[in-house]
Every structure is written in structure tokens, then in C-alpha cells.
Design a protein around this ligand. Structure first.
Ligand code: ZN
Length: 105
């Protein structure tokens, strides 16, 4: 699903830590929890227990509600919905959200 994203060229003025967070988020759909089948961990922002923290971060976390203010489509698979959300949110808003609430590692 990552291949559905548009090419990503952050502005050179963007904070390198923010760029790192953006890349991590975009590539984060196969997090360590899913790859190793370990128990779910709580979200570091809202303490919700989620199997997929990247999907929680994009689709459900109260701390990232701004990401979901822009028009997007709901698909049967959450990973596709998350891609839609990330495709609709303006880059500057995305950068502000990940700077304030770092995505799961
Ligand atoms: Zn959360």
C-alpha cells in the first residue's frame, strides 16, 4: 500500500526530525508488533491498546484528529483508509501533527 503514496519531497526548510517522523509514518504499516505477533502496546499519546499502532495513529488516535478533518474515503481495509487520509491531509498540517505527536516507532 505504501506504493500508492505520491512521491514525497519534504521542503528543505522542514525540521529533519519531522521528516524522519513522516517517513517512519509512511513506512510504518508493518510495525514490529505485526511482524513479530507480539502483544499490542498502548499508544504513547492516548494509552489505547492497539494491534497496529500506525493505523491507530492515523485513523483513531484523539491526538491526531486534525489528520482526519480532510476529505477521505473509507475502505474495507484500514490500511487503505489510512493511505487515503494521509493523501488528503496538507503536508504542512501533517508536519505539525507529527512534530507535536510523534508517530509510533
Ligand atoms: Zn492514541
Amino acid at each position: 500500500m505504501v506504493t500508492r503514496f505520491e512521491p514525497f519531497f519534504p521542503p528543505s526548510t522542514m525540521d529533519p526530525r519531522t521528516i524522519t517522523s513522516l517517513h517512519r509514518l509512511r513506512l510504518g504499516y508493518l510495525g514490529t508488533t505485526q511482524m513479530t505477533n507480539e502483544a499490542a502496546n498502548p499508544c504513547e499519546h492516548c494509552l489505547e491498546m492497539e494491534e497496529s499502532q500506525p493505523l491507530h495513529y492515523v485513523l483513531h488516535c484523539p491526538s491526531t484528529a486534525r489528520l482526519r478533518l480532510y476529505r477521505h474515503t473509507t475502505y474495507p481495509r484500514e490500511v487503505e483508509t489510512a493511505a487515503s487520509v494521509l493523501g488528503a491531509v496538507p503536508l504542512n498540517v501533517l508536519a505539525e501533527v507529527v512534530a507535536s505527536y510523534p508517530p509510533p516507532r
